[in-house]
Design a protein around this ligand. Structure first.
Ligand code: BDR
Ligand code: CA
Length: 333
C-alpha cells in the first residue's frame, strides 16, 4: 500500500498532540515533516512541544519552525488555554526531545517539499494558517501542486474565541482568507464537527489504565479535560480533540459527512472578524471558492480511533523508559 505523504503544520497544543499521534500510528499515513506556527503558545514553545512529541513517538520526523506572529498581528492572544508550556500536564510530562529543530523556515520547507513531489503532498493544518499563507504568497503554484489541504479551523455554527470566530482562523484571519482564496483543494473541519470530537469518561479511563503510572499521555489529556469550558458547563462529556478530525478523515473518510460550500473569512475587523461564512444561496457569487466542509461525524468511532492512538503512544513512551532503565542497569553492571 502506498502511504499518503503528510506535512503537518501545527501549534501543539493538546489536540495537536492527539492528531499527530493519530497520524503517526496510522499505517496508511506517513508524516514527512512537521512545521510549527505560533498559536496555542509562542513559536519557541510550539516547536519544543513538536520535538517532544516526535521523541515520544520514537520516529525521526524533521521539525521546522515557522511564523513567530500572525500576518497582521492585530492583538495579543488570550491567556493560554493549553497552559504555560502549550502542553501542560496534571502530572507526568513527555520525556525531553531526542532531536533538535531542523534548520530552514517552515514556509520555505513547505514550498520545497511540495515542488519536489507535485500532486503527492497532503497538507494538514492544525493551527493558524500563517505558514501556509506565507508559502502561497511566495509561490502561488503550491495551491495546485499539493494533493490537497485538510484543516481544523472555522465553523459555520458559531465560534469559541468570539461568538462567531474559531481560534485558528481568528488568530490569523488574513492568512486563512488568503489560503481559502488560493484555489487549493481543501476540506474544512470546523467547530461544527470538532466540538463533538470528544473522548468520554470511559475513553479517558481506558487511556489511564493502559500503562502503569507515570502515564504522561493520560496526564496531558487530563489537563486539557480540566480546562474545557464545554465539560465544565456540562455541554460535552469530555474534552473535544478538535485537531484529530482532519487526520481521522484521512484515515477513514466514512467518519464524516461533508458538503461543498463557498466559504469566506471575515477580514473586516468588525465584531465578526475571523468568522467563517458559507453562502448557501443558489445564486451566490461564483467568485466564492467552494471547499468541502465537514458537518457530521460518527463520534463513537472517532473516539475509539483516537483513544487507541493515544494508548499506542503511551505504550511507546513506557517501552522507551523500560529500555533506558535496563540499559542503565546493564551499564552499572
Ligand atoms: C483550535 O484551537 C486550538 O486551541 C486547538 O489546538 C485547535 O487547533 C480549536 O479552536
Ligand atoms: Ca491546534
Amino acid at each position: 500500500m502506498t502511504r499518503r505523504r503528510l506535512i503537518i503544520d501545527c501549534d501543539p497544543g493538546h489536540d495537536d498532540f492527539a492528531a499527530i499521534a493519530l497520524a503517526a500510528t496510522s499505517v496508511g499515513l506517513e508524516i514527512e515533516a512537521i512545521t510549527t506556527v505560533c498559536g496555542n503558545a509562542p513559536i519557541e514553545r510550539t516547536t519544543a512541544n513538536a520535538l517532544a512529541i516526535v521523541g515520544a513517538l520514537g520516529v525521526p520526523i524533521p521539525v521546522y519552525s515557522g511564523a513567530v506572529a500572525p500576518l497582521l498581528q492585530r492583538y495579543e492572544f488570550p491567556a493560554a488555554f493549553h497552559g504555560v508550556t502549550g502542553l501542560d500536564s496534571v502530572g507526568a510530562t513527555l520525556p525531553p526531545p531526542r532531536q533538535g529543530v531542523t534548520p530552514g523556515h517552515a514556509a520555505l520547507e513547505i514550498i520545497a517539499r511540495v515542488n519536489a513531489a507535485p500532486g503527492e503532498i497532503t497538507l494538514v493544518a492544525l493551527g493558524p494558517m500563517t505558514n501556509l499563507a506565507l508559502a502561497l504568497a511566495l509561490d502561488p503554484d503550491v495551491a495546485t501542486k499539493v494533493r490537497e489541504l485538510v484543516f481544523m479551523g472555522g465553523g459555520l455554527s458559531g465560534g469559541n474565541v468570539t461568538a462567531r470566530a474559531e481560534f485558528n482562523v481568528w488568530a490569523d484571519p488574513e492568512a486563512a482568507a488568503l489560503v481559502l482564496r488560493s484555489g487549493i483543494k481543501a476540506t474544512m473541519f470546523g467547530l461544527d464537527v470538532t466540538n463533538r470530537a470528544w473522548l468520554d469518561a470511559d475513553d479517558l479511563a481506558r487511556l489511564k489504565a493502559a500503562v502503569a503510572a507515570p502515564n504522561p499521555v493520560s496526564d496531558i489529556i487530563q489537563f486539557y479535560t480540566e480546562r474545557s469550558g464545554d465539560v465544565a458547563a456540562g455541554r460535552a462529556p469530555g474534552p473535544s480533540l478538535h485537531d484529530t478530525c482532519p487526520v481521522a478523515w484521512l484515515v477513514d473518510p466514512t467518519l464524516f459527512e461533508t458538503e461543498s460550500l463557498p466559504v469566506t473569512v471575515d477580514t473586516t475587523g468588525g465584531p465578526h472578524y475571523g468568522a467563517t461564512d458559507a453562502d448557501r444561496r443558489p445564486w451566490a457569487p461564483p467568485h466564492h471558492q467552494r471547499i468541502d466542509v465537514a458537518l457530521e461525524l460518527d463520534q463513537p468511532r472517532l473516539a475509539r480511533l483516537v483513544t487507541d492512538a493515544l494508548i499506542d503512544v503511551a505504550k511507546r513512551i513506557a517501552n522507551q523508559a523500560q529500555v533506558a532503565e535496563s540499559l542503565t542497569r546493564n551499564a552499572l553492571g
